[in-house]
Design a protein around this ligand. Structure first.
Ligand code: DAH
Length: 343
């Protein structure tokens, strides 16, 4: 019986080798190993007539033979599959002269995004990091950390949306919330901007919306001073409104800076002569800024005796409205296609 097994193996391996297609391979597999009438199965029926040691040895040999045949079959299957794939690839071709399908609608950026991308590029070119911050923010980062403690009257003008069951969470009211996050993460020296959505509980009208965009910036270092702030902000204003643009700073209170200023540019529509857009003043208010308050630096883990810096916040939405002549802020979040398709 052992020699019959050896013979079966030799013949089976030769047969596998000669196979040319998958159907032939399946047939051969059944012929050799099939449970009913398979050649090996038939041979093994003789096992029960053997006894003792002979039975054990023959059984072992039969297992080895079966395994070898199975391996040969698997290898052949693999080989045939690979050939099939190769054939498909050979048949495949690309007709590069075929005209493309017509494009029905092409997407484009929202005006807020256009301004944001443009300014992020500009600040990157001046070596600023571009950071992100959460829109759902803690009361701490949005207020307390930027020197607006719980009972501070500045909170009145920052009414926002709160989350049920989470008294310490707010929808951020300004991007100043990223200031202390950035200081804690990167320390000094620091040069960063962060822009994105902000929220306030407003009675909406042409100038007020519950969702709007800001761009925040912070620069901290050993000798960073007010003149640096002015230089950077002037460069930004001229980048946005043109090289002839003049900028002026006037004192204004913000809790997170000391001194604080409000920044205006000459009206690009009337070149400062006075018109409807600038309400006859010749100036447009576009940002708030100032030297970072020592309390804010301390919250950020930065020693105000060693480092100082400036911060600024642009109303990105306001910039977009000015640049594109959008008269009603509510259009920006409206999803109105007639409006959006103009950009
Ligand atoms: N966070 C202020 C606002 O929402 C804007 C602002 C003013 C940001 C002065 C600043 C700053 O960084 O220094 O009205």
């Amino acid at each position: 019986m052992q020699s019959k097994l050896e013979q079966l193996k030799t013949e089976a391996l030769l047969a596998v080798k000669a196979i040319k297609d998958k159907i032939g391979l399946e047939e051969l597999e059944i012929k050799l190993l099939g449970r009913k009438g398979g050649e090996l199965t038939n041979l093994l029926k003789g096992l029960k007539d053997l006894s003792g040691e002979a039975r054990k040895q023959t059984g072992q040999l039969a297992n080895e033979v079966k395994k070898e045949i199975e391996e040969a079959l698997a290898a052949k299957k693999h080989e045939l599959s690979a050939k099939e794939m190769g054939g498909l690839l050979e048949k495949e071709s690309i007709d590069i002269t075929q005209p493309s399908l017509p494009i029905k609608a092409r997407g484009h950026f929202h005006p807020n995004t256009l301004i944001q991308n443009d300014l992020e590029d500009f600040f990157s070119s001046m070596g600023f990091m571009v950071l992100d911050g959460p829109e759902l923010e803690s009361d701490y980062y949005n207020f307390t950390a930027v020197n607006i403690p719980a009972t501070h009257p500045a909170r009145d003008s920052h009414d926002t949306f709160y989350i049920k069951g989470h008294p310490d969470w707010v929808m951020r009211t300004h991007t100043s919330s990223v200031q202390v996050r950035a200081m804690q993460k990167y320390g000094a020296p620091l040069r960063m901007i962060s822009s994105g959505k902000c929220f306030r509980n407003e009675a909406t009208d042409v100038r007020h919306e519950h969702t709007f965009y800001q761009l925040e910036g912070v620069v901290v270092g050993k000798d960073v001073n007010f003149a640096h702030m002015k230089g950077v902000l002037e460069a930004v204003c001229q980048h946005v409104f043109g090289p002839e643009t003049k900028m002026r700073l006037r004192p204004k209170f913000y809790p997170f800076v000391e001194p604080g200023v409000n920044g205006e540019v000459t009206c690009f529509l009337c070149q400062g002569k006075g018109c409807k857009l600038c309400k006859q003043t010749g100036w447009l208010e576009v940002f708030g800024a100032g030297m970072v308050h020592p309390n804010v630096l301390k919250e950020g883990g930065i020693d105000p005796k060693v480092n100082q810096g400036f911060a600024f916040g642009f109303g990105l939405t306001r910039l977009a409205m000015l640049k594109y002549g959008i008269e009603d802020i509510r259009l920006l979040e409206s999803g109105n296609m007639k409006f959006l398709e103009q950009f």
